[in-house]
Design a protein. Sequence first.
Lengths: 691, 189
Amino acid sequence: MDRQVTRRGFLALLGGGAVGTVFSPLPWKLLDDAAIWTQNWSWLPRLPRGEVRTHASHCTLCPAGCGISVRTVGGEPFGISPIPGHPLSGGALCPLGFAAHHMAYHPCRLTDPIRRVRERGPLAHVPIAMSEAISEARAWIGAAGGKGAVAVLDARPERVISTLYRWLLEPLGGVYVAAPGGEASFDALDEMLIDPPGPVGLDLAAARTCLSFGAPLLDGWGSPGALPGDVHIIQIETRPSRTALHAGRWLRLHPGTEATLALGIAHVILAEGWANEPLLRERGADFATYRQLALDLTPARTAELTGIGEGEIRAAARRFAQEGPSLALAGTDPGGGPLPREAQLAVWGLNLLVGSFGPPGGIVRRRAPAAPRRRLGDLPDRSIQLLLLDPSVTEAAFPWSLVARKLAGDQAKVISLSPYDAGMALRADLVLPAPAPMETRDEVTAPATAPADALALSRPLRRPPKGVLPVGEMLRQLAGEAAGFDYEALLREKVAAIEASARGSVYEPATGESTPLSGDLTSALEEGACWVDERPAAWPLPEFRLLGGGADARERMRRAVFERPNDAGLVLMPWGWRGAAGAGALPQVAAKLYRESHLRGEADSARIHPETGRSAGLRDGGRARLGTPAGFREVVVAFDAAVLPGVIHVATGPANSSFGDVEPVLGGLVDLCRIDESGSWRLTPVTVGEA
Amino acid sequence: MFFAGLAGALLIGWFGLPAALYERIEQPLQFSHALHCGEDGVGMSCEDCHAFADDGRFVGIPGIENCAMCHEEVMGETESERRLVEEYITPGREIPWLVYARQPDNAHFPHAPHVVLAELPCARCHGPHGETTELRPFERNRLSGYSRDVWGPSISGLGTEPWEGMKMSDCCACHKKHQVVESCLDCHK
């Protein structure tokens, strides 16, 4: 029988085949498998098979130095968890630390030096060989002539690597500068003390009352885990931060009135006789002036200026004075910038009034001498011809204009040592690739706020990519391979000096116990131990100036206290999380966690009181354009009734858009901020309109 | 013609696809779970070989030293045991088992919370594997590279037994059933 396939029959066959395919597993199964197939591309990093081991080490993502337990398989780190009971972190670990081992695979990771080619675009660059990069950097260093022409910016100044920077700068007449910002500045405290006893720390663990002027104590500030559960926190800040919402009391003051409130509290302490006035008169060069200034500021006036009720002010002052040991902290979140000088003086001064200098639970002295450093603000403008950025600088959040005005115009060169082409490295003309966390032996010291010095190591648990040199080795080559530029030898010397001192205790993660230092500290540190210095026994109250130095000290404090800043208009207040405040690289998976948790939506968004927002023509979830003399930036609007009317809170740090597929972004919201005469950028007048 | 096309597509989809998609690979050695831990076996339990380490990790497939504890010398008459001793235990080589339940690297599955805390029996996920007298061929998905056990024996993905399938949807269904709150990072660390 002759049967021909007709066009109709063929189409019916195809139709039947299509219907049959849909009702078979074929398309769905292949779709699923194809998705999985994309996970197995050969170039995707994958864990080796092998022995699973656990290594005690320390996190280096931020200055906290948390103790971590790193799991490796076949020699490759694949998981991190905190070490319970660790003296620096108390078993705490932030979401970034949990994913620190991912940083080696960051999309912005550099494995070769790069030279910026600005003519092709602000972020355009070309890779160059390490030898060429070192030669070029040395030529730039050699060409930068004159005292102070070469500078190093370092965010963690107490390390051995910082000593190498100083050695590099010494023959050049260069300046070593501590990175601005950070969480707590003791500069004002040093200024108050006529003969400072050396570096100080904060004994939060023994404090019962803590008057925190913006320090995010419950968000990993200082030493995470150092805060006992029974300390009464009085949180004083404008923003409804997590610490503010969980504190014993939250005093929501008007922006920029910290100095006023601190002196208002001093008024109550002095007026009600809680201070040891004879001692304060004896040791305080300007106590009489300070006292009069404080007594002029009545609680009623303080309430009017700060927006905090008289009763609240009196209650806070009484609790602070009576429920000791007490600590008043002039600290801030890492993105918010330091308090202005007068506010710092007024806050630290409260500790002097209630005798919190020296005893446990107050401001305590640390034993190790402070490393010499300069403040960026003290350098002459346009003085730096060559600036070297340590890898730690990328974790700090500060307006680049703070640095830019110190650079000698367009001729100045910036060299960054960074594992990533992100954050501050984007400002550099030359970037030398530094190792990522866990690729080299790194030194971990106690954070600036810790009550005692400490030393631990971050252990090298994976090989750095070929061509990436340890920072110490790069400095040795930059110094022309000068003798003595041996990071490992210097580190051994530092450990040997501690061993010789026979001071302090060693925490062993294997046993979870601290024992007095004895024997081989080097081996113990290699196994993940942490040495903690002992504290000096006594610290007599030194002589001090409560209003700081300078002939106009009283007048400056009077202005800061009695004049309400920015009485009219909107103000911009930045803030940021530790480790994520700067524009540097973040672990990718941690970024997901940020998105999934309540932190989602914070970065690149502006929190505004609904009434303020509506009056500016904004809507919740819409986009707004923020404008300051420094520029404009688009943000997402988030209405929040807990925000003070007239204030716009913006989170510094990588924008949400850069959490996933990372595209380098030059500058951040912090670059919109205005820098005041004391180097603070907490308050900036801002205009806002719908984008 | 329509029905011819329909039937052809259904046949290809339901029978041709599995045959083409999965590559059958014999295990390097035969092993009888029933002989070791069955009712008529030598009285071992699952935990004798698939144990938890001191730090709580599940050690998975036991190493050759575990087998050597009993089989340092040939005890029986089977070809598999002879090969075990001669090819693996004596030269100290690990057996390159093909693991039916191997999950992708991006999935973190800790046994401890499931077996110790939730008290799930091994068979909840591994089925009657502990009762088998021989090891079936490992069926490798040519596209994804994973074991067929991850998808489940039915090409439709609709298993009739709770242990059929070890995909994320199976994990989520069980979590939902037991009211376990979950998020992406619980498993994808």
